[in-house]
Design a protein around this ligand. Structure first.
Ligand SMILES: [Zn+2]
Length: 336
């Protein structure tokens, strides 16, 4: 069987005609397999959704209980047959519940890795390499210039800044699903046990992570309307970056704006966003991680879904691995 007969790109996303399902579809479909809860991969309105329990829970938190017609939870490593096609979910190490999906039929094995990373992250299960014929990878940071530093070193910068500016409220921008909880956990692992104040948009997801056994410590609402700005003097406040553009942020005591994102490697982006303290913390592979992963899995072919596809495709070809860009649209790297 040619791999394209088992899975191929369509405007709605990757489609398996034999199993009659899409993976991470960007428009409503009859049957969707979903890798993780970021809004560009997990959308509401599908007829049936198959995903990990945690991804289903996260979708319910974000979209409401009626986010799909029906749902089915996949356990790690469970063999599930969808119209005769075997599928299996394995951890992707991206955010809580994030999965790679193995799709197998008549000996042809295709892995859709969704978004993934290889670095240590105590807030989710680590990526597991899966032997396959076709490995489908993202390339968000698919250029040789992207090398992510050790996140511990990045978080240490926050503490250096707190020492230097003990009165200023340190506002740390981090996307609501995954990044915020990882940053909070990194702060805790640095030995910080004071309360951390969180924007309301993070509350339910942080609660959910804590309920799943991810210790985030003492989190309190950063509701400045009810308090005096000076109460947050020297405090760490975590919120979605979008909140930092509005009045909410300006009311804090001499706010110092930090932003935890893989994109903080690009100085221009930090500057444009008015970020005083860029923290390079990414939930995606950097260039060396992408190459290591492909070498380790050694697939027959590599397909690249989104990001900076061309450099990775070129690299694969130089290694003698046939590769092609899929030019999928609709994936915006929400989580980084
Ligand atoms: Zn993601």
């Amino acid at each position: 069987m040619k791999p394209e007969a088992l899975l191929h790109p369509t405007p709605a996303g990757l489609f398996c005609p034999i199993g009659n399902f899409h993976v991470d579809p960007v428009r409503p479909v009859e049957r969707a397999l979903i890798t993780h809860g970021h809004s560009d991969h997990a959308r509401s309105g599908h007829g049936h959704v198959l995903a990990t329990r945690q991804t289903l829970d996260i979708m319910a938190i974000r979209y409401g209980e009626d986010f799909a017609g029906s749902e089915q939870a996949a356990a790690w490593g469970e063999e599930i047959f969808v119209n005769g096609v075997k599928v299996m979910f394995r951890p992707a190490g991206h955010v809580l519940g994030s999965a790679q999906i193995l799709i197998e039929k008549d000996g042809m094995r295709i892995v859709v890795s969704g978004d993934y990373k290889r670095g240590i992250d105590p807030t989710c299960d680590p990526f597991e390499p899966i032997a396959c014929d076709v490995f489908i990878t993202e390339a968000t940071f698919g250029l040789p210039v992207f090398h992510h530093p050790d996140p511990k070193t990045e978080i240490a910068k926050l503490f250096t800044s707190l020492k230097q500016f003990p009165e200023r409220s340190h506002l740390v921008g981090a996307y609501a699903l995954g990044k915020a909880q990882r940053v909070i956990r990194l702060i805790r692992d640095n030995g910080y046990s004071d309360p951390i104040y969180i924007h309301g948009a993070l509350a339910r997801l942080c609660d959910y992570y804590q309920g799943q056994g991810i210790e985030l410590g003492d989190l309190r609402p950063a509701t400045i309307e009810k308090s005096k700005p000076t109460e947050f003097s020297g405090a760490i406040v975590v919120g979605p970056p979008s909140a930092f553009q509005d009045r909410w942020a300006r009311r804090f005591n001499e706010p110092l704006i930090a932003f935890a994102s893989g994109w903080m490697m690009v100085r221009q982006r930090a500057k444009q966003g008015g970020v005083e303290l860029p923290l390079v913390v990414s939930d995606h592979c950097d260039w060396p991680e992408l190459l290591t992963t492909i070498k380790e899995i050694a697939p027959e072919q590599v397909w690249v879904t989104h990001g900076r596809e061309e450099a990775l495709v070129r690299w694969c070809e130089l290694q003698g691995i046939p590769a092609r860009p899929l030019h999928l649209v609709g994936y915006e790297d929400e989580g980084d």
